[in-house]
Design a protein around this ligand. Sequence first.
Ligand SMILES: [Zn+2]
Length: 167
Amino acid sequence: MSNPELNHDYWMRHALALAKRAWEEGEVPVGAVLVRNNEVIGEGWNRPIGRHDPTAHAEIMALRQGGMVLQNYRLIETTLYVTLEPCVMCAGAMVHSRIGQLVFGARDAKTGAAGSLMDVLHHPGMNHRVEIIEGVLRDECAAMLSDFFRQRRLEKKAQKKGPEPLI
Ligand SMILES: [Zn+2]
């Protein structure tokens, strides 16, 4: 594609950079970016621990910012890029906000609500259907999470062991 801004990979890389910020803050690294007419109108990264807010998922943060930017609670004709398949809460928020399209990287087999555990976005009873594209930069998105959890396990192990004896 000649215009990199029209490329799903381009925006997913942006979401990955936001996920890295979550990691730096000690949160599970998930990032989200809301795009309209090839412009960013919302950015979010996972931060429930730091914010003492169970709803502070990357997607919710990006949708909230998008609403402020558009001065509208309906976020029509927008695309939300997320590094990980959304949970039930975030998928529900996507329906409420009327986004047009969800693009996500890796699947979340345990809690994914865009096809893995369930499919909130294509539920026949829903009054709004969100188009889903999945698997964009899947390997990078999955590696971000597995690397994070691997590092966390190593840190916990090191803590348990305590400092190495000097002799
Ligand atoms: Zn969520």
